[in-house]
Write a protein that binds this ligand. Structure first.
Ligand SMILES: NC(=O)c1ccc[n+]([C@@H]2O[C@H](COP(=O)([O-])OP(=O)(O)OC[C@H]3O[C@@H](n4cnc5c(N)ncnc54)[C@H](OP(=O)(O)O)[C@@H]3O)[C@@H](O)[C@H]2O)c1
Length: 253
């Protein structure tokens, strides 16, 4: 899909009841897509669905089989998914020892297993049609690792490598795999995880900017988009001069 319009394309956005997902749904609707929006909070999700003239599908992606059922429902209703935005996610701030097995499973399921299952479910149709957009909302935490966010960082790192591998697997098929790598976005994410964002840099950006960065990169066929763009620098430093990066990370966090 080289066009910058998505008229008639069927788009499924997870985590659309809030923040980046709600903004992505609005942006996709403005581009002409037919929206299916998923989230847990029926009231907030319903408001987004009405605003984008879309269909609300309430589900908890940590429930066994929920991701596959969600994809099946959209495929049954619309016949296809042209754009999948794997955005639903949750953070966790605190020591690993403060987590129990259920916390760990929940975090890995919503941030990694559910996107893998959803992608698995919509991929055959995209391959058969020779086109499709697979979007992933990762995190800078998955590129660098963040203190007291070990499981969240690991899940997002898994998502990055999943997207990278899938990009290779689908090369030449007409499918575009794009990952947004945000640093800090002004959403409910921090309140939900139970610890506010306390650093002075990078500054939080509005969710609309995150949605624009993801969808802009997707429509241009780009593999990834850092937000802000300069967040690529610590990632490059870590890859090229790991000891220097670790010294700086230990000092500045
Ligand atoms: N905000 C940031 O600074 C930041 C930075 C890097 C990456 N990210 C990533 O950006 C993505 C979107 O987060 P956001 O910042 O927009 O936060 P948000 O406003 O809290 O939105 C999170 C969305 O995910 C949904 N969700 C969470 N757990 C779910 C579950 N078990 N089943 C189904 N849906 C679930 C929420 O649904 P309900 O509200 O209906 O429960 C909500 O729609 C996440 O993947 C997050 O990891 C955010």
């Amino acid at each position: 899909m080289a066009s910058s319009r998505l008229d008639g394309a069927v788009a499924l956005v997870t985590g659309a009841s809030s923040g980046i997902g709600a903004a992505a749904a609005r942006r996709l609707a403005a581009l002409g897509a037919r929206l299916f929006v998923a989230g847990r909070d029926a009231e907030r999700l319903g408001a987004v669905a009405r605003a984008v003239n879309g269909t609300a599908l309430t589900c908890d992606l940590t429930e066994p089989g929920a991701a596959t059922e969600l994809a099946a429902l959209v495929l049954e209703t619309a016949g296809r998914v042209d754009v999948l935005v794997n955005n639903a996610g949750q953070g966790w701030a605190g020591a690993l020892t403060a987590m129990d097995d259920a916390d760990i499973t929940r975090l890995i399921t919503v941030n990694l297993t559910a996107p893998v299952s959803l992608t698995r479910a919509v991929l055959p149709g995209m391959l058969a049609r020779g086109r499709g957009h697979l979007g992933f909302v990762g995190s800078i935490a998955g590129r660098l690792g963040v203190r007291e966010e070990a499981v969240y960082s690991a899940a997002k790192a898994g998502l990055t490598v999943f997207a990278d591998s899938l990009r290779q697997e689908t090369a030449g098929t007409g499918i575009v795999v794009t990952e947004l790598v945000p640093a800090v976005v002004d959403t409910a994410f921090f309140a939900t995880r139970g610890r506010p964002y306390q650093r002075s840099s990078p500054q939080p950006v509005p969710p609309d900017r995150a949605a624009d960065a993801l969808l802009g990169a997707m429509l241009r066929g780009r593999h990834e988009a850092y937000l802000p763009r300069w967040m690529y620098l610590p990632v490059a430093l870590r890859a090229t001069l790991p000891r220097t990066y670790r010294r700086l990370a230990a000092r500045f966090g």
